[in-house]
Ligand binder design. Structure first.
Ligand SMILES: NC(=O)c1ccc[n+]([C@@H]2O[C@H](COP(=O)([O-])OP(=O)(O)OC[C@H]3O[C@@H](n4cnc5c(N)ncnc54)[C@H](O)[C@@H]3O)[C@@H](O)[C@H]2O)c1
Length: 371
């Protein structure tokens, strides 16, 4: 895709269909895209303190006279909480939000997830538009309508499926993103190659460094490739019933347990946990005789080359296999002692295995701890 071209991907969901627009510099032309969602030339924009501080002015300028009313939340995963959700909904109500209104979610996956849930709940459901500003949100979380906060017993356990009305992606917003968050987003990018697109994984091996260094064409290519795949999967399996959408959770069952162990904090970012989780899913698949060790090594080499954790030691995880498996027992998808796991037969060949016993996973993790 040429640097200045706009590209549009549609999520085909009948009356819940919506467009995803990807365009360098889109934020500076925000008025063009957001005008239909404003009421009395006013838009409520939910953001976090970092994003609003760095990019709020750019969005306001781009809105050319439409008044952006910012509701600014603290930055970070801890914001996905009951307390912040309650506060946000109270503030939306205080601003006079009506059911016909559209709320703008302007930030990373945290802001997208909590704003989407607040939109689903406020006045029994109003609309929202995602303007994702992290790589993770631009390649993945802004699309698909999964919204959530975390509960004491685990990640994303309180949520709703609520599709946005549009997703507006401006890769230039990544210019201000800290390197560590960029790399965390790289893990979710690579995931799309690993689940079903070996050519895209090879592209990541060749161009991942350029993507992280800020190359516009590489960013546009990665975002569009991932979003096209996500849009297709979501259209086929909106509510994750057929198993197809579950592939997007590759690395996440391990990852969520690691995040729970580190208290959903910046000790281990979501994308970092997913990177290590994907490597663990590969290693587990190798142990099960499903996948060649060489593929697993290739994945670890690529993620490790950008500084993402690929061993429990690197992620400073000291918990036993049983302790980590106990976190998995809270997973939404568990049934009895078994958990559907996304395993793999090789790069681009992920599949759902319904028969994995948590005890087996705990023993595997103990071997990884001493590796
Ligand atoms: N809904 C889904 O389908 C889905 C999918 C994957 C992940 N997620 C969720 O996404 C969350 C992680 O998202 P994330 O990695 O975007 O985290 P995040 O929203 O916490 O953003 C990471 C950090 O970057 C800052 N930031 C954001 N954009 C910036 C910019 N352009 N410039 C400078 N700083 C910026 C934020 O303030 C924050 O400190 C997790 O809670 C995860 O569960 C949801």
């Amino acid at each position: 895709m040429a640097e200045n071209a706009m590209s549009q991907v549609d999520v085909a969901l009948g009356e819940r269909s919506y467009p995803i627009l990807i365009e360098q510099g889109l934020l500076d032309r925000a008025e063009e895209h957001l005008r239909p969602y404003a009421r009395e030339r006013r838009l409520i924009v939910v953001s976090d303190e970092n994003v609003w501080g760095l990019l709020g002015k750019r969005l306001s300028n781009g809105l050319q006279g439409i008044d952006a009313v910012p509701l600014v939340l603290p930055a970070g995963e801890a914001t996905k909480s009951w307390a912040q959700l309650e506060r946000l909904i109270d503030r939306l109500l205080a601003e006079g939000v009506e059911r016909k209104d559209t709320i703008i979610a302007f930030g990373g996956g945290v802001i997208g997830d909590i704003t989407g849930l607040a939109a689903a709940l406020t006045k029994r459901g109003c609309s929202y538009v995602q303007i994702p500003t992290t790589l993770l949100a631009q390649v993945d979380s802004s699309v698909g309508g999964k919204t959530a906060i975390n509960a004491a017993s685990g990640k994303n356990l309180v949520g709703a499926f609520h599709q946005p009305s549009a997703v507006l992606i401006d890769p230039s917003t990544l210019d201000t993103l800290p390197e560590r968050d960029l790399k965390a987003g790289y893990a979710e990018t690579v995931k799309y190659g690993l689940i079903g697109d070996p050519a895209f994984f090879a592209w990541c091996e060749a161009k991942g460094a350029a993507l992280l260094a800020g190359d516009t064409e590489a960013r546009l290519h990665a975002i569009e490739t991932c979003i096209r795949t996500k849009a297709k999967i979501v259209a086929e399996d909106e509510y994750e019933k057929a198993g197809r959408r579950a592939l997007l959770n590759f690395g996440h069952t391990f990852g969520h347990a690691l995040e729970a162990e580190t208290g959903f904090s910046d000790v281990l970012l979501h994308g970092e946990a997913v990177a290590l989780g994907m490597v663990l899913a590969f290693r587990f698949s190798v142990e099960q005789g499903l996948c060649a060790a060489q593929s697993s090594e290739r994945v670890a080499a690529n993620l490790g080359s950008v500084g993402l954790p690929t061993t429990l030691a690197e992620a400073r995880i000291k918990a036993s296999g049983a302790q980590l498996a106990a976190h998995m027992a809270h997973d939404k998808k568990r049934s009895g002692s078994r958990l559907p796991f996304i395993l793999t037969r090789g790069i681009g060949q992920a599949f759902v295995d319904e028969s994995v016993e948590l005890e087996e996973v705990a023993a595997f993790l103990n071997r990884q701890l001493s590796a």
